[in-house]
Design a protein around this ligand. Structure first.
Ligand SMILES: Nc1ncnc2c1ncn2[C@@H]1O[C@H](COP(=O)(O)OP(=O)(O)OP(=O)(O)O)[C@@H](O)[C@H]1O
Ligand SMILES: [Mg+2]
Length: 277
């Protein structure tokens, strides 16, 4: 469990509070999407989750370990893997497998354990055929997947990904989001995905919306149908079903019930209304 308790954070002593009294719990095996406008504090929050930044006030606990305690830091960095948008810039070795081995090699492990971790991580990301390739020959999506494999080789419990697909084309995005989804579902790895994209967030267990350094609201993806204005405030296009319901209810006030959870239910409701006419 990751616990963020009343956390505030400033970049300098007398600087503005960038994060303000944040409370957040992330359970094991959860897939949490974090959404918010530019400058709302998402990256800052992410960096607090593996001890890269320490809270000004409040505390961050990773499986009960306080990030402020120096003795916890190595274990916390291993437990919470973190990936940034351009992970490929961190790929420096001459082959993919050497890059993935980089983290475990610093853990004082036996060679056969490192080998097993690298093979397993590449396999989990369907990148085993690229083990001997130089990273610079890979596509953007494949490079991000190698970055994720490098994190997996550390055997983390949590992955925090800060817009891991923002620099990628549609195919690369799909590849990365699909890989994260599978890691969460099949391997039980907790995923905290910071994203400006709605489709992957809609597949999350929970959506967390940030605004001006605070958590504005949280909901399950199903509830987003009734939050078109929240999405607009986050510069995201509301779902088509929401726009349809909004338009119907504006034209015929309160015509559609608030119980609709998906398109099938909308169709059922429309059929019911038609029978009444
Ligand atoms: N190193 C820094 N020093 C001072 N202020 C910073 C620093 N990094 C970020 N900030 C400020 O902190 C606020 C939050 O920034 P942060 O990068 O966490 O936002 P974000 O939600 O990740 O935005 P984006 O969607 O653009 O990535 C912004 O006002 C930003 O200017
Ligand atoms: Mg950011």
């Amino acid at each position: 469990m990751i616990t963020v308790e009343k956390v505030s954070f400033s970049y300098s002593n007398n600087g503005p509070r960038i994060l303000k009294d944040i409370d957040l719990e992330i359970a094991e095996h959860e897939f949490v999407a974090v959404i918010g406008n530019n400058g709302s504090g998402k990256t800052t929050l992410a960096k607090l989750l593996n001890g890269l930044y320490l809270p000004g006030t409040g505390r961050v606990l990773i499986d009960g370990m306080d990030t402020r305690v120096p003795e916890n830091r190595i274990l916390i960095k291993q437990k919470v893997g973190m990936l940034f948008p351009e992970a490929d810039k961190q790929l420096i070795s001459s082959t993919v497998e050497e890059d993935v081995a980089f983290g475990p090699e610093n853990l004082d492990l036996k060679q056969n354990e490192i080998r097993a971790r690298v093979d397993n991580a590449l396999k989990l990301l369907s990148m085993e055929d690229f083990a001997k390739h130089p990273p610079y020959l890979l596509s953007g999506g494949q490079k991000q997947k190698v970055g994720i494999a490098g994190l997996l080789a550390m055997k983390p419990s949590y992955l925090v990904l800060d817009e891991p697909a923002s620099m990628l084309d549609e195919m690369g995005k799909r590849e990365v989001f699909q890989a994260l989804w599978q890691l969460n579902k099949n391997e039980g790895i907790t995923v905290v995905l910071i994203t400006h994209e709605l489709p992957p967030a809609l597949k999350a267990d929970r959506m967390v919306f940030m605004e001006s350094g605070q958590i504005k609201t949280q909901c399950v993806p199903e509830q987003i149908i009734y939050k078109p204005d929240l999405l607009r405030a986050m510069q995201l296009q509301p779902l088509e079903i929401s726009i349809f319901i909004e338009a119907m209810n504006t034209a015929h006030s309160g015509l559609l019930s608030m119980e609709i959870n998906d398109v099938d239910e909308l169709v059922e409701e429309l059929c019911r209304l038609k029978q009444k006419i």
